[in-house]
Design a protein around this ligand. Structure first.
Ligand code: NAD
Ligand code: MG
Length: 390
């Protein structure tokens, strides 16, 4: 906390679903949060609007072709403008920043998160792919630097909230809840022909395109199993998944005495984002409240791992360790991109992930460079498989 009493934050991915909601929290709490840096891939107009409203010290537009446009709009307002992935890594190290919110989607968020941890900044992490790909490296680095990583993902925030006051009490297991996505009730045969428009209709959450497709394939829950493993030091067997279509219970923790704690609320990402930003404090908010009368039936069912093979692929990747979670993630990012470009079908997404995992050679203790190389190589294989229609 700096002298002005405000927490100074940098938002990586400020134009996305999490980034925009974080800025809504900043707008509602101007006395508590100061935005020091904003960044986006290519949505220059929104980035400019955000910068003019929140007056950060600087912004980064990753896409170089948009640099001139953003610079022209902001330099006269004394807001510095940078471009390129390396600038993002430099910006997060600025002295004035207390906390970095990682809200970039995919492995693209890895390097800036690593740079923030190396600079000793607290990290509020929405970008789950960073932990999936490089969980061993990132958590070890955070321990060495004495940096806390606060989960933003709603399930992991729920677990984190259930663990408050439980220091030293062992977790027997955690139960991650999943909505089941838009195809929960659909038979597997019918999934072959679903369109991207069908898959982008999430029943409970309004999120970016990649995570919405991940929710439809249930790869999102697969990624979250691995994310939970790194955040809370758990083995795959200690992480259960349950389908809970109402998305009211955000996850549960079972302790060794048999007690189970759950965290509940409406499906609203403002709450976990705010908890990560202000932990351990719960600050007043006016978001709509949960009411049992609106949810007389909270229901639960086991996930169907035949219909949604992503869950088992993620467990396999987690058990294999090494580069395998990176392989899975790279193949999935490539496959989701190809599906969104109408190049492959819905069921091809997990088929492609499985094929890439079968082809890959594992490396037991990869360096960060090994992981980045592995990501690149798997994307080449995945693109080739997409061209051949798998
Ligand atoms: P989004 O697609 O809406 O936003 C992504 C942001 O990252 C944008 O600002 C974009 O400009 C930026 N970005 C994308 N690629 C980039 C690159 N190569 N370099 C620099 N910036 C880049 O995504 P989202 O839904 O906000 O999700 C962000 C992350 O949070 C994901 O990892 C997702 O899994 C996780 N998450 C999201 C939600 C949610 O409700 N949206 C919930 C839990 C976790
Ligand atoms: Mg989640």
């Amino acid at each position: 906390m700096k002298q002005n009493g405000k927490k100074n934050i940098a938002i990586m991915g400020s134009t996305g679903s999490i980034g925009v909601q974080t800025l809504e929290i900043a707008r509602a709490n101007p006395e508590r949060l100061q935005i020091e840096a904003l960044s986006a891939l290519s949505n220059a107009d929104l980035l400019i609007r955000q910068a003019l409203e929140f007056r950060p010290n600087c912004v980064v537009i990753a896409e170089q072709s948009k640099y001139g446009y953003v610079k022209d709009a902001l330099q006269k307002h004394d807001i510095k403008v940078y471009t390129g992935a390396d600038s993002l890594c430099q910006v997060v190290q600025m002295d004035t920043i207390d906390m970095v919110l990682g809200a970039i989607v995919g492995i693209a968020g890895l390097k800036s998160t690593v740079a923030a941890i190396k600079a000793g900044k607290s990290v509020a992490l929405a970008n789950k792919e960073t932990l999936v790909v490089a969980g061993a490296y990132v958590t070890q680095l955070a321990r060495e630097k004495g940096v806390n990583i606060y989960p933003v993902d709603s399930e992991h925030s729920a677990i984190f909230q259930c663990l408050a006051g439980e220091y030293g009490n062992k977790i027997e297991k955690v139960i991650l809840t999943a909505s089941g996505g838009p195809f929960r009730e659909k038979q597997r045969e019918l999934l072959a022909n679903v369109t991207k428009e069908d898959a982008l209709q999430h029943p409970n959450w309004n999120m970016g395109a990649k995570i919405t497709i991940d929710s439809a394939t249930m790869m999102n829950k697969g990624l979250e199993i691995i994310e939970a493993g790194w955040l809370f030091g758990l083995k795959s067997e200690q992480i259960d998944v349950i389908i809970h279509p109402q998305s009211v219970i955000h996850s549960l923790v079972c302790f060794e005495d048999g007690s189970v704690k759950a965290q509940l609320g409406l499906p609203d990402m403002h709450i976990p984002i705010q908890y990560a930003l202000f932990y351990p404090e719960r600050i007043l908010s006016s978001y709509p409240r949960f009411n049992f009368r609106s949810f007389p039936n909270l229901t639960f069912q086991p996930p169907d791992s035949v219909k949604f093979p992503a869950l088992n692929l993620a467990r396999e990747a987690m058990k294999a360790g090494g580069v395998m979670p990176c392989v899975m993630n790279a193949a999935n990012e490539a496959a989701v991109g190809a599906f969104l470009d109408n190049k492959i079908g819905f069921l091809d997404i997990t088929d492609l992930v499985e094929k890439c995992m079968q082809r890959a050679f594992n490396i037991a203790k990869p360096t960060l460079e090994d992981l980045i190389n592995c990501d690149r190589e798997i994307r080449i294989i995945a693109a080739e498989l997409c061209r051949k229609k798998i």
